[in-house]
Design a protein around this ligand. Structure first.
Ligand SMILES: Nc1ncnc2c1ncn2[C@@H]1O[C@H](COP(=O)(O)OP(=O)(O)OP(=O)(O)O)[C@@H](O)[C@H]1O
Length: 384
């Protein structure tokens, strides 16, 4: 199913998740978004997600025909020879009325479809510009960009300035590739735009599903449940290549490792971890800024690590997260890195943008996190 442009401008794709957050997506569209788009003369096509995974499968199935139509609408026809010159790039605009989970699904649907295909190559590479109308629960991406509400997001879209929205690639190795020591054995399982977590945060997100009816409060309820029954999560974190660390004395990031040396790790944290985040966003919800130095556009992943602490240290950390002051606390470690591997001795669970991945344990079950630098996947930007 393709899209026939209704004008010389290709339509904006408006993806609504009616189930996000307080379920206000359709109302926000009708009262705030549609009148403004109509007034601006901006044509659009509405895509309403009907179930979990629908936005991802929609883009997996439809992004190639959509890009084909987009390219056709931009191709230049030579009047004399009738030859057609297709563009080497094309910009697709997607407005999401929903939360981070919907953005995550769209990104993964698009990349699953076009990666390693002629739709993302040196000959042709699309650009995808997101406008995120915050209608979810956490709205981490919007909150981190300082977007206050739907009207603010809309105003930024109409103003037209974008910045790159970089992703993290989460990879594993198959048992066979690991045993055969196959070169380039890492396979990307998923791309994440918000956060990968292990330990207390992951357990909290997992348990928060049962409190979904409580809105944002569900994370607090689930966190308190897990703090009351605090566990330590065994594992080691190996950093490769350049690493920066937050230095509490100078209150600055300092270089720990400069080399892009992939032969050995440049820093190791031996755990066990109470709390571990690897993220691209400063805030995960309004009033919760665990990685205040994160920038969704830069070439780093921000790491917040708290190793083997008790309830009082964790509560002290939570108390200081609204303004990011927890990074001054002794037990809180903060890094910026480009390639990280997590190895756990036993099976475990990883949270990737609100979804869950099993960790198989042992060195063959290592999970790699990388700030993705492939130009064929770094195609996303966001209006700011
Ligand atoms: N029509 C639908 N009914 C039920 N669930 C849906 C529907 N459409 C999408 N979903 C699922 O809703 C989930 C949550 O979506 P989303 O992330 O947009 O909102 P949120 O969880 O409230 O916000 P945030 O991720 O910002 O905290 C996603 O996993 C998505 O797959």
């Amino acid at each position: 199913m393709g899209i026939i442009p209704t004008s010389d401008k290709f339509p904006l794709l408006v993806v609504i998740n009616p189930n996000s957050g307080q379920k206000l997506g359709l109302q926000i569209f009708e009262t705030t978004i549609k009148p403004a788009l109509d007034q601006a003369g901006k044509s659009f096509r509405l895509i309403e997600s009907s179930s979990q995974g629908h936005a991802q499968s929609y883009f997996l199935d439809n992004i190639k025909p959509i890009l084909t139509d987009l390219v056709q609408s931009l191709s230049v026809v030579d009047g004399a020879t009738s030859s057609v010159t297709p563009p080497t790039s094309a910009t697709l605009q997607i407005m999401v009325i929903g939360g981070d989970g919907t953005v995550h699904e769209i990104v993964n649907g698009i990349l699953q479809s076009i990666k390693d295909s002629p739709f993302a190559s040196d000959m042709f590479r699309p650009k995808v510009e997101f406008t995120i109308i915050p209608a979810g629960t956490g709205n981490a991406i919007s909150t981190s960009l300082g977007i206050k509400d739907a009207q603010d997001a809309l105003d930024r879209f109409l103003a037209g300035k974008t910045v790159p929205m970089r992703m993290m690639a989460v990879s594993t190795r198959s048992k066979k590739d690991f045993e055969d020591a196959v070169e380039n054995q890492w396979k990307v399982l998923v791309y994440t735009v918000v956060v990968n977590s292990y330990g207390l945060h992951c357990a909290t997100v997992f348990d928060a599903e049962e409190f979904r009816h409580l809105g944002n409060e569900r994370f607090r309820q689930a966190a308190m449940k897990n703090v009351a029954n605090l566990k330590q999560y065994e594992g080691r974190l190996d950093f490769y290549g350049p690493v920066q660390s937050y230095d509490r004395t100078s209150r600055m990031l300092t270089v720990v490792a400069r080399l892009d040396n992939r032969s050995g790790s440049t820093l190791t944290l031996l755990g066990p971890f109470t709390y571990l985040l690897i993220t691209k966003q400063a805030s995960l919800e309004p009033g919760f800024t665990p990685t205040p130095l994160a920038d969704s556009s830069d070439e780093w992943m921000d790491v917040l690590a708290v190793q083997n602490v008790g309830q009082s240290e964790i509560m002290q950390m939570f108390d200081a997260t609204p303004n990011g002051q927890h990074i001054e606390q002794e037990k809180v470690e903060y890094f910026k890195a480009k390639t990280i591997e997590l190895e756990t001795p036993n099976q475990g669970r990883l949270c990737v943008d609100g979804e869950f991945l099993p960790i198989h344990g042992g060195s063959e079950g290592r999970i790699r996190f990388e700030i993705d630098s492939d130009p064929n996947t770094q195609i996303f930007s966001v209006f700011v």
